[in-house]
Design a protein around this ligand. Structure first.
Ligand code: PLP
Length: 453
């Protein structure tokens, strides 16, 4: 294959995350050059509709000029500063105020980080500090879930329930307990209703707490919609029942909102869409529409009060990142939130959601699709070998990967999570662009059917 010099240099020097190095050597890198609204163009000049918002983050598309201005103006004014030792800056102060006001914990506090992984790490550390402050330092275990994705740091990998993330990377015997993923399509038993399925899963967690001893468990972490694990939407009663169970045992409920936050589900935060009040939440990605690396952990007033007292007793909150509360990332995130409010983001998502759901639902009758699901502007189709028995394809068939390659040929970027195809377009997508996305996806599915026939 002919390669341009950029591609050759990439192959020579860049180690790509979440990439099969052997495949990269055969296929070469896909080099993105510029964006225009919901479209991106690669270095060969081909333009694609970006159906995944980069990695679930570019809510405002790929070239929002107000964000470019916000970054440039802040760099010209104060290009960098930290927030240790009482230091602050106007951008992070305004951002924190707006973010906390928007959240379901408007009397709480925000602490900043550079990524979703760091926001998750922060949340776990603060859960431990909280229990220490309440005289229960032995509460250290964390409940996570199979198929969960909570980031790529050592702690993130250890909390994640995706085998490729854990492999060589999860910390041995770290005190993480794994509950089942609330995926009714694959996990529901014959004759079981969705409500009964939710009861069974919450009952299993109750039994796990009983067996381990509630006094050893600090928190449970959960994504409202499991993203990287396969866009899994929980049954309606799952989280309300789970939240009540955990509260009864003094176990904190941590909502990982890194994908769900900022309108994706049709509510500002996924916990609001799925009916629970978390004790803390992690946010990132759409906080800056992905334009700057920023994350944050939000604490309820009750958690903050204990954390504040404990950190004072210790003399310091012994945690923090050099770039946490960075003026430039904060200025861009602040401008992002202003744009969301000015455009009435929730109204926009709610107006588009029925068409999105109808498009996803229409794919449910495709011969390769076993399950099709959506909430707000996030959805998925799950490919199966046999719709009647729900038998999956063999992993070695690589059906999901093949579908993504065929979609790319149609000018559409999507992402496969095994044989589940995730769809998560920028929230500024226009109705006609949404139609185009699904036309191209259907063409890719039909092309895949032809290769399997
Ligand atoms: N938590 C969730 C739910 C995520 O989906 C991700 C990333 O996709 C992360 C945490 C990690 O975020 P980051 O890649 O910014 O570290």
């Amino acid at each position: 294959m002919m390669r341009n010099s950029l591609a050759r240099t990439d192959l020579a020097f860049v180690l790509h995350p979440q990439t099969d190095p052997a495949l990269l050597e055969v296929e070469g890198p896909m080099i993105l050059d510029h964006g225009n609204g919901v479209f991106v163009t690669d270095s060969s000049g081909r333009t694609y509709l970006e159906g995944m918002s980069s990695l679930w983050c570019a809510a405002l598309g790929f070239n929002e000029p107000r964000l470019a201005r916000a970054a440039a103006e802040q760099i010209a004014r104060l290009g960098t500063y930290h927030t240790f030792n009482r230091r602050s800056n106007p951008a992070v102060i305004d951002l924190a105020e707006r973010l906390v006001a928007l959240s379901p914990m408007p009397d709480g506090k925000a602490i900043f980080a550079n990524s979703g992984s760091e926001a998750v790490d922060t949340m776990i550390k603060l859960a431990w500090l909280y229990h220490s402050g309440r005289g229960a330092p032995e509460r250290r275990k964390i409940i996570s879930r199979r198929r969960a994705y909570h980031g790529s740091t050592v702690l993130g990998a250890t909390l994640s329930g995706i085998p490729s993330m854990r492999g060589a990377f999860a910390w041995p015997d770290p005190g993480v307990l794994f509950a089942e993923a609330p995926h009714f399509y694959t996990g529901g038993k014959a004759g079981e209703s969705e409500e009964e399925f939710a009861d069974r899963l919450v009952g299993d967690i109750a039994a796990m707490i009983e067996a381990e001893g509630a006094q050893s468990i600090a928190a449970m972490i959960a994504e409202p919609v499991m993203g990287a694990g396969g866009v899994i939407l929980p049954p309606a009663s799952y989280f309300p029942k789970l939240a009540a169970l955990l509260r009864g045992h003094g176990i904190l409920l941590l909502s990982d909102e890194v994908i769900c936050g900022f309108g994706r589900t049709g509510e500002w935060f996924g916990c609001q869409a799925f009916g629970f009040r978390p004790d803390m939440m992690s946010v990132a990605k759409a906080l800056s529409s992905g334009y700057q690396p920023i994350g944050a952990t939000l604490l309820s007033a009750e958690v903050h009060e204990v954390v504040r007292a404990e950190a004072s007793r210790l003399g310091v909150l012994g945690h923090g990142f050099t770039y946490a509360g960075h003026p430039v990332t904060s200025a861009v995130a602040l401008e992002t939130l202003k744009i969301y409010e000015e455009m009435d983001l929730l109204a926009r998502v709610r107006a588009l959601a029925p068409a999105f759901r109808a498009h996803v639902g229409a794919l449910a009758s495709h011969p390769l699709v076993g399950d099709a699901r959506a909430v707000g502007l996030i959805g998925a189709v799950e490919l199966v070998a046999d719709r009647a028995t729900r038998r999956p394809f063999a992993a070695s068939d690589g059906v999901g990967t093949r579908l993504i390659a065929l979609a790319l040929e149609q000018g559409l970027i999507l992402r496969n999570l095994g044989d589940t195809i995730a769809i998560c377009p920028p929230l500024v997508i226009a109705p006609a662009e949404l139609d185009l996305l699904f036309t191209r996806l259907r063409q890719a599915l039909d092309a895949l059917s032809d290769t399997l026939a």
